[in-house]
Design a protein around this ligand. Sequence first.
Ligand code: AMP
Ligand code: ZN
Length: 505
Amino acid sequence: MNGCNTFRNIDDMNNELYIYNSLTRQKEKFEPIHAGFVGMYVCGPTVYNDVHLGNCRTFMSFDMIYRYLSHLGFKVRYVRNITDVGHLLDDGEDRMSKGARLDNLEPMEVAQKYTNGFHRMMQIFNTLPPSIEPRATGHILEQIEMVQSILDRGLAYIRNGSVYFDTLKYAQTTGEYGKLSGRVIDELLAESRDNLKNQDEKNHPSDFAIWMKATNEHLMKWNSPWSVGFPGWHLECSAMSTKYLGQQFDIHGGGNDLKFPHHENEIAQNMGACNCQPAHYWMHTNMLLLNGKKMSKSDGNTISPEELFTGKSIHVSKGYSPMVVRFFMLQSHYRSPNDLTDEALQAAEKGYKRLFEAIKNLDSLTSALTTPAPLDAKCEEIISLAFDDMNDDFNTPKALARIFELVTIINSLRDGQIPMSDISVHGLEKIKQALGTIIFDIFGLMNESASNAGPVDGLMNLIIDLRHQARTNKDWATSDKIRDSLNELHILIKDGKEGTSWSFN
Ligand code: AMP
Ligand code: ZN
């Protein structure tokens, strides 16, 4: 993270963090279970195809939340899983197996390929890696143990080698089923995403599989006391959050499309296994829309991150850089829907450029005044309000609006509309510190024009030179190898009249 950190003391009177808790449907003061520490679990991607921009919105939101909690001084253990088994399609086929079958690959090859792509995209968007990234397939034993605990407590039953969670019994004994999603059990149809072919094995349509017996053709399966099979999708998050964060932890997050059935069933499983609510605060991000409609691959209303960067899509008039996209995401609150349109991206690009222009302008401002000046207090107030906005359930659009008040002040000082005698050395330093902390550390934005002029450009020039030499020597094997390796890294090199150029593809 950026060097100029202004860590605030979490005990400060005005520094109380409030979080909207989806479980209680209200904003609550954040009180961690262990003072100074936060355990946060976020449902990660199902790695059977390329990560889409909607996923990116959710992960960028939790990245900002992780960064802000760290900024407040908490030691955060951030666990984000990789779903590489058990997330079934409506026809009952495992998403990973389907990907493997279509591409003629090992299921693990599919998972690895898309995990790599996911990591690459997270890096491009400058999201910090989680503290732990557990894979569902690496935790089959823990999941089997959890199924056994639920069976031992009488809240599941075995049918033909599969094990089903008994939602009716759970609802009757705890009154908890449906609390998160607001669903009433009698109205629940077979909405859970497990094997629809086996509906008749269930006592009630809302019961869901926690262990499924595999058919002969099923590719990913393991031995268990009940059958050779595989765990239900919801189980991995219950088992892995318990393993790494304990039976009770602070924050559980994901997109709001996961509230039901995934998170509702996760709570049921944890309650079923140990009779305790796993997370104190449930946080849900809202959906990313495209031109006012839900992003959906099937009706073509979708755009991939790569298409957005290159501009190769009917939905945009040009390409937008990763940091412009990140800026665009920050302009809406994580709980509001965010509509991606060409106009909104153009506005975000303008805003992003104006912000980084102001940061550059700030560096050129100097003051001779060492005593307090009239503008100092005003700037400090704006900065303090920006932190208040962040403490109010991570309100990034409001905090960003405050930052733009500072941008106006900086530009007015630079243009001479406000005299430099209105601000002191200390006042300027405060603005620099605050922008460093909020823009770089918390919002995770980077100055793209600065980084392009840095080592990446130098390295690329070196590689392009080496390729040029190889071509001059008619060493086609080396020049092809360089081009192919760059292609694998999604870096495109173009030979033109004015020489060779490169871009991210
Ligand atoms: P999945 O790979 O489908 O399991 O999704 C990974 C994460 O992305 C989950 O937290 C989803 O809720 C979230 N997600 C999926 N679609 C969208 C969307 N359109 N907007 C925001 N988040 C989404
Ligand atoms: Zn999950």
